[in-house]
Design a protein around this ligand. Sequence first.
Ligand SMILES: [Zn+2]
Length: 515
Amino acid sequence: MRYTLFHTILFMIFCMTAHDLSAQPKQSNATIHHSQLIRHVQIIDGTGSPAYEASVRITNNKISEIGSLSAKKGEQVIEGNGLLLCPGFIDTHSHHYSNLAKDPSALATANQGITTIVIGQDGESYSMDTLDNFFNHRPVAINVATYTGQTTLRELVMGENDLLREAKPEEIEKMKILLNNELEKGSLGLSTGLEYEEAFYSSREEVMSLANVAAKQHARYMSHIRSEDITLGEAIDEIIEIGRKTHMPVQISHLKISMKDKWKQSDKILEKLDKARNEGIDITADVYPYAHWNATLKVLFPKRDYTDLTSARFAVDQLFDANESVLVNYAPIPSYKGKTLSMIAEERKEEPAVTLMNLIKIASDFKKNNPTFSHTIEAITAKSMDDQDINRFMKWPHTNICSDGIGGGHPRGYGTYPRFLGKYIRKEQLMNLETAIHKMTQLAAEHVGIKNRGVIAVGNYADLVLFNPDTVIDNATFENSKALSTGIEMVWINGQLIYKNNKSTGKYPGMLIKR
Ligand SMILES: [Zn+2]
């Protein structure tokens, strides 16, 4: 997900008016309503412990009682009919925020049982003041927490059109101040998107200087690492080194191997991560359950040599499957949207590698000629991973599940969590259900530093999902990316029912979660 000049200007305006904004009244979270009793449910509490039968009482926005409970007079009773109740899913790598203004009911996430999204990933973020202001004026159905992105800091300090270089020492100092302000306002930590060219040219020292600021504030580091293909090993070494030197928790975003010759090496990578953990480094990861990623075409050129035919051929051979990779956005030639790279190559009567280079050239000319264009210019959903690697990464005890989704395009935007539960757990039995839920709730909360959520326990926020483990499955596909999933029966956020019978209830109890 890339942001634009428009967003940067917004960010700057909010930075400049930070003082005025912080004086605004905060939204009240303590909306008084009747207590609710959810009964006849199997509880999987998020800790990994076995399921048990009990009832749960919600009072206001919190869980107030768990056990064998009878309804109080006048209390709203929800019949669970033996279905599973678990904590709402916490999506540690989400791009869904960009759709919330259009759809405050957050259907893309609600239909999969997600109750909190963690944004600001891949190095691109909104300021805490921007988010505060949004929440003060636009109630939404989902909780949001954010990291602060290195690329966004670079854009603010170095200028959006001058990023293909290392930052100067005085620029790094400015970024450190901006980052520190954001952390003080409740950002969860520093995020980077080092594979994208806007951050790719930053030195390890630049990243480490910023990481030190986050560590001093007892925050965290989350990274779309510098390479997921040709220099994957070095990229992992870089994040391990950040964890080693700063002593703060570090997380690899959407861990994957996107290069054919390196497929099946997931064991080796996990060995390296375990070794780092044994050394005392708090390194973790998140993973989404798909063999396709979604990003700019430019990441297919790991050496950023977009006009080199040899590199283009290497990409077609090693980095993605042109027959199964679809352009999900292409502003310069809208008719290409929805077609595979092979189909477009055939249409243009070119070899796929040449088409790949041409598409990047056309998109970059389009950007030059339309400097105010504020939407995504190009994006590809590319098949590039091996199923066995995905499974191994998901099973690693220190991996939580994420979507990396947005509302549409890649089906993960609507289907990640039901897919994990239906395909990987019920059908393929990759792990038991309690462990699977743990990876979507408590473990996710711990990995991003969110408190009082992710476990069904008295005193925690009532973020809950009621689902049917026998039917739960995703229906979103590449052709129909917004199809709602099956089996997610009800979703509560901060004690309010926000989703039922495949529909939003119209309630908007979402909160901005701060560190
Ligand atoms: Zn990413």
